[in-house]
Design a protein around this ligand. Structure first.
Ligand code: CAO
Length: 424
């Protein structure tokens, strides 16, 4: 079966995490993604957090599936020529260099447009235009600047970053949507355009409900926050601990084994329509009619006491037993799954969300497959490329260079010393 983005060619000038997650998604949907890497080292993540001495790190392999790799020193004259040829043949350039890098290399938007007016140039930057536009940015900087850290954690503790990579992978997702949208618009305009996803903006977009709450603050205390009714609200959105953030109160409760297992917990939601069932399950039927507990409004000031009582019950069972029982009554809840438990979940393998991928130098490894499933464009996850693995193939088949051209390019040093020596 064909793939959704078949025929789209991406010049992947990305590195580290944010850009590579974007181009990996496009590759999974069928685009031909050509990753341009600096000779010798390549994407810095190839050697970061290495678990095996001479193999590409899991950091790299898990972010660069289904791509081809060409090494190119784009600061040399021949390297620039090859990059120009790639710009002429590709539909999209994706980059996440520090601000100004592409211009210093000689590839401003105007120059790229001269070479290929239909090219879409998609960039991740830390910040959009403004006081911080020139800053280099990594994941946690974006989490802090986008409002995630100030609204995560407990009220009596410091701001906290989250393990989910909302700054990097979250921005990659936003950028991917911008790219396919620009490709769609190009069908009618015939022109390329710039696509920018700033990490701060992407994190803020994911923190949308917190900006909602900032405005609600002006109209009285926010009753679903744990600060209500006994705590204090200041002039900004406080950290809400494990409160649900939606209209239905929730909290994380201990389950059997919590004393030794850091993940023996369940997220429990006291959803109003199933209040009767909740009371029945935990053996507090009197709460069904007791005016202090019978309505959501009456329960609000007693939420922590209610969660404490529910926890007395959840502590007698494993999180999976709690899950089984509550689900029978349609009471929303979710076990706190460890990465170990997730990595062993056969149902995730069955859907392709978890995949084992063979690799020539590191052996088989586990990765997250495409989380977005298209019924007419199924994803086959293939391993990340070795550094420069497809250099010759791309020069010859994509760019049409002949043996002599390739020899010239190689001799110029544009492909790097290693590649030149290997060819001799
Ligand atoms: N050939 C020759 N030179 C190359 C090259 C190639 N194939 N590929 C990259 N380079 C050069 C660049 O030209 C640049 O050189 P100059 O500084 O002399 O112009 C240099 O490599 C470094 O680029 P960089 O500044 O982007 O890299 P860095 O490691 O210093 O910074 C990062 C990394 C991520 C902080 C920065 O790229 C950035 O802020 N990117 C935008 C935001 C982003 O994506 N952050 C998320 C990263 S994932 O956590």
């Amino acid at each position: 079966m064909g793939k959704a983005l078949e025929g789209v060619r991406i010049l992947d000038f990305t590195h580290v995490q944010s850009g590579p997650t974007c181009t990996q998604l496009l590759a999974w949907f069928g685009a031909d993604v050509i990753k341009v890497e600096r000779p010798g080292e390549g994407d810095i993540t190839r050697s970061q957090l290495r678990d095996l001495p001479d193999a590409d790190s899991l950091y790299f392999t898990m972010l660069n599936h289904n791509k081809r790799s060409i090494t190119l020193d784009t600061k040399t004259p021949k390297g620039k020529e090859v990059l120009e040829a790639l710009i002429r043949t590709c539909d999209v350039m994706v980059e996440n260099f520090a601000p100004g890098v592409l211009e210093r290399m000689g590839f401003s938007w105007e120059r790229i447009q001269e070479l290929n007016p239909a090219m879409i140039v998609a960039s991740v930057k830390g910040f959009g235009p403004g006081p911080y536009q020139d800053c280099k940015v990594y994941e946690n900087v974006a989490q802090c600047a986008g409002g995630a850290a100030s609204t995560t954690g407990f009220d009596d503790g410091p701001p906290m970053v989250t393990g989910a990579q909302i700054g990097d992978s979250g921005t990659g997702l936003h950028l991917a949507l911008g790219i396919v949208t620009a490709l769609y618009q190009r069908k009618t305009t015939g022109r390329g355009q710039k696509v920018l996803a700033a990490m701060q903006d992407s994190v803020l977009n994911l923190c949308r409900v917190k900006l909602r709450d900032q405005q609600r603050l002006a109209h009285g205390p926010m009753k679903e926050y744990p600060q209500y009714p006994n705590g204090e609200f200041g002039d900004t959105v406080p950290r809400a601990g494990n409160a649900s953030g939606g209209g239905q109160p929730g909290w994380i409760l201990k389950c059997k084994g919590w004393e030794t297992d850091p993940n023996a917990y369940i997220y429990f939601i006291a959803q109003a329509p199933v209040w009767k069932s909740i009371c029945t399950v935990i053996g507090r039927e009197e709460w069904i009619t007791d005016p202090d507990y019978a309505t959501p409004a009456a329960r609000l000031p007693r939420l922590m006491e209610i969660f404490g009582t529910v926890e007395d019950w959840t502590k007698t069972l494993s999180k999976f037993e709690v899950m089984d029982i509550l689900n029978k009554y349609d009471i929303p809840c979710g076990p706190i799954l460890s990465m170990k438990e997730i990595a062993e979940d056969q149902s995730l393998f069955a859907t392709g969300t978890l995949v084992e991928v063979p690799h020539p130098t590191r052996g088989s490894y586990l990765t997250v497959g495409n989380p977005i499933k298209l019924s007419d464009s199924p994803t086959e996850v293939t391993r990340s490329p070795l550094l420069g693995e497809h250099t010759d193939e791309i020069l010859r088949e994509v760019l049409g260079f002949d043996d002599r051209d390739i020899m010239d390019i190689r001799d110029s040093g544009a492909l790097g010393l290693v590649e030149r020596m290997a060819a001799e």
